[in-house]
Structure formats: structure tokens, C-alpha cells
Design a protein around this ligand. Sequence first.
Ligand SMILES: C[S@@+](CC[C@H](N)C(=O)[O-])C[C@H]1O[C@@H](n2cnc3c(N)ncnc32)[C@H](O)[C@@H]1O
Length: 409
Amino acid sequence: MAKDTSGLNQNNDILTGLPKRVSPGENKKRFSAQVDAGHAHIEGDMELGKKCVTALRSNGDFQRATQGFHSYPARLHPDAARLLLNALPGDALADPFCGGGTLLVEALIAGRKVYGSDLNPIATLVSTARTALLSPEQLDELQRLVEGIADEAEKNIADKKPVHLHDAILKYKSWYKPNCFEELTHLFGAIRASESELKPLLQAIFSSLVVKYSLRASDTSNKVVFIPRKNGAVLKAFRDKSREYLQQLTELQTLVPPGTQPAQISLADARHPGFDRVDTIITSPPYPGTYDYLLLQQLRQAWFNLDMRSNQEIGSRRSFKQARAAYETWLKDTDSWVKACAKALLPNGHIAIVVGEGMHAGKLLRVANPTIHAAQKAGLEFITSAAVERKDPATKMKKIEYILVFKKK
Ligand SMILES: C[S@@+](CC[C@H](N)C(=O)[O-])C[C@H]1O[C@@H](n2cnc3c(N)ncnc32)[C@H](O)[C@@H]1O
């Protein structure tokens, strides 16, 4: 079996109950994506365009407050989010494709009123966990809860106590080594029984381990990896991850200006966003034919027994494989969500869209002109377009990524 060295593996077919077998010892490493920043091009407002180019070229370490907590595919770089927030000052900010909540965290740190929504329940879970503003008492309670859950799981494993599991996750049991599955199961059972209002944060900590301690190579690859895992490894990871998350939450609390309201996060289709009357929208919609954001979460979907509205996902890779008219559908969907967002913007408000070309059947799927047309049809004024060329490490093809900024008249 070939190694996935890109981190951008596109083998996102539905996970079956049984992983493909490969020899133990293969694919030991998990890899991360790397892209080279190439040429840049600006149209419209030069000053703003230059800031957008700098944002598009952001790279490096992801550690700031909760930004490093929990993986999420195709997340924005926190520095790009911060640069765009500084370039487009205002009071209330929304991200209707909030994913793992990168923008929401930076917007809280900037003291903005924050709205985030996404179609994917794992995105809203991760965003909720990343933006949680906890008092010192709540931080102490979270610490007590995680210790109690880890202790209970450990004791129940030692006592060989059974945990009732729903069918959805049993179907994916073979994606785990038996010892990892047992430990995850007992943690899951203890969290499920919690009645604390902080339960979503416990679920998010659990969720951060679900792929890492499976046989799956990464969130974006279905390749199988065999990494030796000692008994107790998952319980230890839960304790370590919780400790790290508590530190990140404490840091977030110190960075967010006093009086900033908690982020309002909802499960919503961007064509019917769950916010209104905002002065700034900064968002990154799915690049056409690039990922299956909802399908990629199959293991988490199974653990949490979630109902995923995959047929409403915009631009999914699967839709490009299945339907000839997928690009036309993406164009209509773009018209539709841009129109809905234009309606939610206050007069003189700005929208910045971070979007990149996709690829299907060896052809580039253009995104800039259709997005500009959609914005103009929705009555928005074009302000700037910044474009940076990147080499896709998987295909070696050059693709362009854009930040397009518009203003409501
Ligand atoms: C490029 S990602 C956003 C990443 C995010 N900026 C971050 O930093 O994590 C695109 C997001 O669009 C979401 N999505 C796809 N179709 C959607 C729809 N119809 N309505 C709302 N969100 C959708 C996916 O679940 C995914 O989280």
C-alpha cells in the first residue's frame, strides 16, 4: 500500500465496517499538508489586497489559545483570520461555514460579537469547544469532571463492566485495536452519563481522540495505519488532552477582552444562516470537489450517533464524482448562500470570502468569477480580489486561492 505523504489524500470513500488490511508496521507516521506560496495578483483596492495576500500566505505554528485543540479539515490559518479581522474592523462578525471555529476564536480575541454556523455537527461541536469562555469555577469543574470520567473508565475496565453501545459504532469496531476500542468505549459511557452543562466540552475532548486512536491515517485519509498502542494509552491521552485543553481555555480567557459575549454557534445551512444584521462576514466555503466534510466525520458520526445532512453539503467531492452537473449545482449554491449572507449584512458591512480552485477529472474548477458574479447579483460592491498561486502537493498542479472582498451598499 502506498504511503499518504501529502496529508491531502483524496481517498474519501465511505468507510466500510472493515478496514483494508496492510502489514503491521506500514504507514507508521501521520503526515501533515504543506503548500508552497507562489505568485500573487491583486485587483481593486491595493492596500486591502496586500493585506489579503499576506493573509493567504500565512503559515507556521497553530498554537494560540484553543486553536490547536481538535483537528478539522481545511481549517483557516489563525493568522489569516486575525489579519482579515484587523483589515475589516466592526462589531458583529459571522462565519456561516465556521468549520472548526478558527475565525470565531480570533474574533472573540478581537472582542467582537461572534456568530458561527455550519451544516456539520462535528464543526459546531469543535467550534463550541474552541470558543468556550469559562469562569475559574467552571474551569475547576471541568477539571473535576475529566478526572472523574477517566477514573470511572479505568475502574470499569478493571471490573470488566459492560457498556451498552448503539449499533452505529459497533459497525466500526474493526477500525480500532481491541484495547483502544475498550478504553474509548468506557470513556464514552462515562461521558454519556454526565448531566453537566459542560458535557459538550467532554464530548469534544473525546472526539479529539476518535480518529487518532483508530486505524485511520488521519481525518482526511481512509488509509490504514498500525501504530502500537499500549494498554492505557487512550485513557492517558484523554487525561493529557484534557489538561492541555484546560490550559488552552485558560489562555483564551486571558486573551478575550472583558465583557465580550460568548460566541453564538448553530447548526445551519449557509443558504439559511442562523444570524442577521452583522457588519462583517468572513468565511471560507467548501472549495468545489475538494472534500466530503460530512462523510470525513464518519467515525465521529458513528460514536455520537449523529444525523448528518450530507445531501445539503455544498461542493462535496462525492457530488462531483456522482453527478455531471455538479459544477452547475455548485454555482447555484454559491449564488444562494452569497445572497443569503448579503441579506444578513448591515449597510456598509463587508464580506470576505476565502475560496480556492477545485479539481475534477484533471480539470481545474474556477471559483473567482462565479463568486464575484454571485456577489454582484446579490447587490454587493466589489472591493478587492487577492490571488495566490499554490502547488497542490498531491497532484503537483498549480491552483489559485483567493480572498474576495465585497461591501453592502
Ligand atoms: C473550508 S471549511 C471551513 C473551515 C473553517 N474556516 C475552519 O477554519 O475550520 C468549509 C465548511 O463548510 C461546511 N459546509 C458545507 N456545506 C455547507 C452548507 N450547506 N452550509 C453550511 N456549512 C456547510 C463544511 O462542513 C465545512 O466545515
